[in-house]
Design a protein around this ligand. Structure first.
Ligand SMILES: C[S@@+](CC[C@H](N)C(=O)[O-])C[C@H]1O[C@@H](n2cnc3c(N)ncnc32)[C@H](O)[C@@H]1O
Length: 259
């Protein structure tokens, strides 16, 4: 195929298998991982659901206690913790890979201020709160009062964290600007997204998850032609942004820094 000119043969073969389906498609992801030089331990972990000590996101280990508590609260109120749990269509908890990524960014927010749009049961907040410096604050808004109450119960003893009940678009802008915004409640238009970038300090970051890496999309997926979230990031001239594929190789997130 013309589009693979100059691409290493193994990588081209893996991409072709993913794009066309068919028998080769079954092993395409592993081939792709190999061709991209993804270490053996990642491929083994992904294939077998097993882990090396460093593949904690795949194995579900090394989760901070506060995150465990938020997961327990989510299960208590029937908020989906995994994509397989019932009710997933109404929003579900952030994946461990997303949580760990948020934690990395939050840890750099010394003296800063973080906002989350859509608390759920507090799982993303728990990742952030566990990692952020002592002088950093987090405010998170959740429109569903049952979810907000469950999250507040988990996070309420931390004076740096505020769980607000209501529409983020009313509650969070007056409390900005922010060093980090986790946009996790379905922002779907450029004007709203631009309003969020307004709320970022220069150098501040915005994260949006629940993306499927292009090469992991089925051949007939409409997201191969257009993807609203990627379009929002790409269409915002104040952001330097990229897509980060999570260790499961099946999910990714978008992260942008305000210039
Ligand atoms: C994907 S879930 C959030 C998951 C959570 N951030 C986590 O890390 O586990 C999206 C949440 O956004 C909430 N939501 C939807 N629209 C909202 C709005 N306008 N303001 C606040 N929360 C909203 C939903 O009720 C849902 O709980």
């Amino acid at each position: 195929m013309e589009i693979f000119r100059g691409v290493p043969r193994a990588l081209a073969a893996a991409c072709r298998a993913l794009m066309t389906g068919g028998p080769a498609g079954t092993c395409a992801r592993e081939s792709l991982a190999w061709a991209l030089g993804i270490p053996e331990r990642v491929r083994v972990a992904g294939r077998a659901g097993v882990s090396s000590p460093h593949m904690t996101d795949l194995a579900g280990t090394d989760v901070p206690p506060l995150v465990e508590q938020a997961c327990a609260a989510a299960r208590r109120i029937g908020f989906p913790v995994t994509r397989d749990d019932p009710g997933h269509g109404r929003g579900s908890a952030s994946l461990p890979g997303t949580g760990r990524f948020l934690a990395v960014l939050a840890a750099g927010c010394a003296g800063g201020s973080i906002a989350e749009l859509g608390t759920g049961a507090g799982i993303g907040s728990a990742w952030i709160a566990t990692a952020m410096p002592a002088d950093c604050t987090l405010v998170t808004a959740e429109i569903d009062p049952v979810r907000a109450a469950a999250a507040a119960e988990v996070l309420g003893s931390d004076s740096r964290v505020r769980v607000l009940t209501g529409d983020w678009s009313l509650l969070l802008p007056p409390l900005g600007p922010y060093d980090l915004i986790f946009c996790d409640s379905g922002v779907r238009d450029a004007a709203t997204f631009s309003g969020l970038v307004d709320l970022l300090k220069p150098g501040g970051r915005i994260v949006n998850d629940d993306i499927t890496p292009f090469l992991a999309l089925p051949a007939d997926s409409p997201f191969r032609q257009a993807d609203l979230k990627r379009d929002l990031f790409a269409g915002e001239p104040r952001l330097v942004w990229t897509e980060v594929v999570l260790p499961d190789l099946a999910n990714s997130l978008l992260v942008g820094t305000r210039k």
